[in-house]
Design a protein around this ligand. Structure first.
Ligand SMILES: Cc1cc2nc3c(=O)[nH]c(=O)nc-3n(C[C@H](O)[C@H](O)[C@H](O)COP(=O)(O)O)c2cc1C
Length: 360
């Protein structure tokens, strides 16, 4: 599978763009566990051209995480056109346009999935980005605005004619938000009748290794993009590849490994954002990492009380893993395979240090 000159091999696994999740620290972890392509969270084209600090911070990419795409959104043609060279200058491998965000304040201004109600403007926006970019442009979108207006086959052909190099489709309508099942039969149809020469990236409900492989098998998509399944679970990429090779579900990571990854995530966040903000932002991540553990709320409560990195690490390292070992959400077969956790090491392993991001 190729996007422009980028070669991803067979059945690559992409990390979905996710606001407040797919930041450089998390992407570094996903890369280590085998993500083949990753994206920044969506970045406002208006924010970029008006020099908003948070928009510019989201442009940060580490050299080690390549290939990486920067995702932009916006419904104002001039802003999108002006923002594209700014993004291009950062040097991502791909520029992705978000035509899928369902949030009301975004769609109201023709941003995200809002543009699915105005296909001529979608075409203009896409052409503007393709014209201004010096690198491959891709699009991520949904099936349509609602059940009455699913036009994804026409949309795919129109976007391909604009010159995009890959199309990612979240197989829900905007009206579905995140509810109901993703409609994979549309991905199959799109692959057969929609896209012609560009790859199709399937997205929606590929939440675990079995479903990732099922999406490839049932729809024929060229790549699978994983969103919620990776939250608090960056090893899903490794697990999915092991499952593909062996047909067996790998065991859950040991408690020790989980702690090590959370500690490294924290360290990377603090390096990227500074200690204070890093510790605060990391708080959003704990529920994902410890979901399904019976004592998760106790642990989270303890972690939330710590204001500095050392305090958080102290809690992580000293939490009674035997108490925490009792999982409630693991299927019996996986629980049986789970290794008995070793004692938590007293010292943190040295995290692999990322180089400074290429953009400030
Ligand atoms: C917390 C969160 C934030 C998201 N932010 C973005 C975003 O910035 N850009 C985007 O294109 N999609 C975003 N999405 C949608 C995901 O990329 C993906 O399309 C959706 O979660 C369906 O895939 P999944 O079933 O694998 O989770 C977000 C989803 C979640 C859960």
């Amino acid at each position: 599978m190729h996007i422009g000159s980028l070669d991803f091999g067979e059945r690559p696994l992409f990390l979905a763009p996710m606001e407040d999740v797919s930041d450089p620290p998390f992407r570094m972890l996903c890369k280590r566990f085998g993500a083949d392509m990753m994206y920044t969270e969506f970045i406002s084209s208006g924010g970029l051209i008006h020099d908003a600090d948070d928009a510019h911070q989201k442009l940060d990419i580490y050299e080690e995480e390549r290939p990486v795409g920067i995702q932009i959104f916006g419904g104002d043609l001039d802003q999108v056109r002006a923002a594209t060279p700014l993004v291009d200058a950062i040097g991502p491998d791909v520029i992705d346009i978000n035509f899928g965000c369902p949030v009301r304040k975004i769609v109201r201004k023709d941003g995200g999935a809002g543009i699915l109600r105005n296909l001529p403007k979608m075409e203009q926006l896409t052409r503007a980005v393709v014209e201004e970019a010096t690198r491959p442009v891709t699009v991520k979108t949904r099936l349509g605005w609602n059940d009455e207006s699913i036009q994804i086959l026409e949309v795919a052909r129109m976007l391909e004619a604009c010159g995009i190099k890959a199309l990612a489709v979240h197989a829900r309508t905007r009206a579905q938000m995140y509810k109901g099942e993703a409609r994979w039969h549309w991905l199959r149809k799109l692959k057969a009748e929609g896209v012609r020469d560009i790859p199709l990236i399937g997205n929606g409900d590929a939440l675990d290794p079995e479903r990732i492989e099922a999406m490839f098998d049932e729809t024929g998509v060229d790549a699978v993009m994983i969103g919620r399944g990776a939250i608090g679970n960056p090893w899903i990429f490794r697990d999915a590849k092991i499952y593909r090779e062996t047909g067996e579900m790998p065991p859950e990571p040991t408690w020790e490994e989980r702690i090590r990854v959370v500690a490294e995530h924290l360290t990377l966040k603090c390096e990227w954002l500074g200690e204070r903000t890093g510790v605060l932002e990391m708080r959003r991540m704990y529920s994902g990492y410890f979901k399904g553990f019976r004592n998760a709320s106790t642990l989270r409560h303890l972690l939330m009380q710590e204001d500095d990195q050392e305090g958080v690490l102290e809690v992580l390292m000293n939490f009674d893993e035997h108490q925490a070992d009792t999982q409630v959400a693991v299927p019996a077969t996986r629980a049986a395979q789970k290794a008995v956790p070793a004692a938590i090491q007293a010292k943190l392993p040295t995290p692999s240090r990322a180089k400074k991001p290429t953009a400030a």
